[in-house]
Design a protein around this ligand. Structure first.
Ligand SMILES: O=C(CO)COP(=O)(O)O
Length: 249
């Protein structure tokens, strides 16, 4: 097992009202979690970052699900890393497949966001992953390497970066990648980092898997040598998130 600390993020997406958030926070605050073994993060909708940060165990990171590439200005509807920090969060998820595919964000824009968020002092959790037709056309490596390059070219400090590999065909579909499928891509990504950044970054950077992770599938996925944790959607809204956080115990 690697020296990289296990990391589990819950991406709440556009779900839950205050009353639901309160229940989820209570569940997490009362759970038995060994924070020496697992780094834990939740990403509520931006409107609730302050609400969640004020109530949640301070050991848990709070993240925004997205942000813009500039500090402030006339960008109606958007938020900046400075605002995220001001509300007490310390991470931002960037380039999630829903941002790429529902909202049309490009590799270039995601790279610019990564750069600005790091410059502004946040930790970043950039996401990459291929669509089903890309996998079926044998293009997985090409796609994730291209996405990775746009991100890596904009990283000034790798100690504040956690990567998430989330194959689009596995997100919200109930079709979890097999441990072998996920491990294969994670190993390729780690090799890409070794070749294109350096060996130290390849050895130390956490690469999370995301896509229909459940309490039932987490343990075997977590036992793979290059899978350093998870970014969880649906199951992060349920009590089984605790089993996923404890998957390495
Ligand atoms: O997109 C995801 C996490 O960012 C994964 O979502 P699901 O776990 O619901 O498939």
């Amino acid at each position: 097992m690697s020296q990289r600390k296990f990391f589990v993020g819950g991406n709440w997406k556009m779900n839950n009202l205050k009353k639901d958030n309160e229940k989820l926070i209570e569940l997490m605050n009362n759970a038995s979690i060994n924070y020496d073994k697992a780094e834990v993060l939740v990403a509520p909708p931006a409107l609730y970052i302050d609400f969640v940060r004020q109530r949640l165990n301070p050991n848990v990171h709070v993240a925004a699900q997205n942000c813009y590439k500039l500090e402030k200005g006339a960008f109606t509807g958007d938020i900046s890393p400075a605002m995220i920090k001001d509300c007490g969060a310390d991470y931002v998820i960037l380039g999630h497949s829903e941002r790429r595919n529902v909202f049309g964000e490009s590799d270039e824009l995601i790279g610019q966001k990564v750069k600005h968020a790091l410059d502004a002092g946040l930790n970043v959790l950039p996401c990459i992953g291929e669509k089903l037709e890309e996998r079926e056309a044998g293009k997985t490596e090409e796609v994730v390497f291209r996405q990775m390059k746009h991100i890596a070219d904009n990283i000034s400090d790798w100690s504040r970066v956690v990567i998430a590999y989330e194959p689009v065909w596995a997100i919200g579909t109930g079709k979890t990648a097999t441990p072998q499928q996920a491990q294969e891509v994670h190993a390729q990504l780690r090799q890409w980092l070794a070749t294109n950044v350096n060996q130290q970054v390849a050895d130390s950077t956490r690469i999370l898997y995301g896509g229909s992770v459940t309490g039932a599938t987490a343990k075997e996925l977590a036992s793979q040598p290059d899978i350093d944790g998870f970014l969880v959607g649906g199951a992060s809204l349920k009590p089984e998130i605790i089993d996923i956080i404890n998957a390495r115990n």
